[in-house]
Write a protein that binds this ligand. Structure first.
Ligand SMILES: Nc1nc2c(ncn2[C@@H]2O[C@H](COP(=O)(O)OP(=O)(O)O)[C@@H](O)[C@H]2O)c(=O)[nH]1
Ligand SMILES: [Mg+2]
Length: 343
């Protein structure tokens, strides 16, 4: 890189660290678009990451995630007496949304209290490219906010599939939002979404069906082998001395986000979970698992790219045809392709 480019990058990184919102917005675009400049800045910023509390919030579209986040962010900005206000970033990941790059949450959501607060930053990301790519860019956007000194980073995702599970996995604390009477409870199990929950929220608790919903979720939690989910099971087996996440009883909270009901309790529960993670060493454990996942994904993508470049399309097509006509088995096809030459 030329000296002049280095200086420009250096000042962008410096401005982001100093809290310059314009520089932050610019860098976020670079990172989302996966530009070389964005990558360089991420490298420079990485040593400053690892301080924020990452909180995933996931649930069906319309369950009230954005409304909840709006209220929660407000509480983190205006906490009960004796507690420190924290800087808050919100990353809204919506694979169904056609718009991207905007800094708005949607007009429906009342943002008046937060708009104009220099210590709140909201970023929407839409799906672009591969699904796996969305997860890795979300991780990078979160790194930028972390290095920029945002202490609380919310990641909003539609709880639908593996991709969202991957994104939720970034977080220290994952909140799963359900609503009464939508049969979501059953969906939640199917999607494996309950397995990633640290806190369960039944929003729209102003519905008369809320008792049924809580009963269904509670029975499900009682049945589920909590603490054996994929985050931890391997680590637990390898390190039996570690505190088991079973010590954390997944709470079920009721909220009416539109009325600010239950928000203070949710805020307190998030704080308790952070304390639990710190005291049980689980915080460090989750960071280990998350960073290893990021690294392994990068290695995988890079190896596939490298391999694609090394193989000629003719060879690939020939092997594929031979597979389809059942002259070559999938495993034989793999062996040929790994060697790169036709037998
Ligand atoms: N009755 C009721 N409506 C709510 C509640 N929370 C959110 N809503 C409404 O539900 C709709 C979807 O909310 P939104 O936050 O955009 O959901 P998201 O798609 O999960 O982010 C909006 O019209 C909200 O005003 C609640 O607790 N009770
Ligand atoms: Mg939303």
């Amino acid at each position: 890189m030329r000296l002049k480019e280095k200086l420009v990058l250096g000042s962008l990184v410096g401005s982001v660290r100093d809290g310059n919102r314009l520089a932050l917005a610019r860098l976020l675009s670079q990172v989302e678009n996966n530009t070389p400049e964005g990558k360089e800045c991420l490298n420079a910023l990485f040593p400053y990451t690892g301080k924020a509390h990452l909180i995933g919030i996931t649930g069906a579209p319309g369950s009230g995630k954005s409304t909840l986040l709006n209220q929660l962010a407000y509480t983190f900005r205006h906490p009960p007496e004796g507690e420190q206000a924290r800087r808050v970033a919100i990353v809204a990941v919506d694979p169904t949304s056609p718009f991207s790059g905007g800094a708005i949450l949607g007009d429906r959501v009342r943002m008046r209290e937060l708009a104009g607060d220099p210590d709140v930053f909201i970023r929407s990301m839409a799906a672009r490219g591969s699904l796996g790519g969305l997860a890795s860019r979300t991780a990078e956007v979160v790194q930028v906010f972390d290095a920029a000194g945002f202490e609380i980073i919310f990641i909003e995702t539609v709880g639908a599939g593996q991709n969202e599970v991957d994104i939720a996995r970034l977080a220290h604390t994952t909140i799963v939002v359900e609503t009464p009477g939508t049969g979501d409870e059953i969906q939640a199990i199917k999607a494996g979404i309950l397995e990633i929950a640290d806190i369960l929220v039944i929003n729209k608790a102003d519905s008369p069906l809320v008792d049924n919903s809580e009963f269904a979720l509670r029975s499900m939690l009682d049945m589920a082998p909590i603490g054996t989910d994929y985050y931890h099971s391997m680590e637990m087996r390898n390190n039996p001395g570690l505190n088991s996440p079973k010590d954390w009883q997944i709470p079920i909270l009721r909220t009416v986000a539109t009325e600010r009901q239950g928000i203070d309790a949710l805020y307190q529960t998030i704080q308790s979970h952070a304390e639990f993670l710190q005291e049980s060493q689980e915080w460090i454990e989750r960071e280990r698992v998350n960073l290893q996942t990021i690294l392994d994904n990068l290695i995988q993508n890079s190896l596939i790219d490298q391999w694609r470049k090394s193989i000629s399309n003719d060879v690939y097509q020939t092997v594929l045809e031979s597979l389809i006509s059942r002259q070559t088995s999938p495993y034989q096809a793999l062996q040929i392709l790994m060697k790169g030459v036709l037998p």
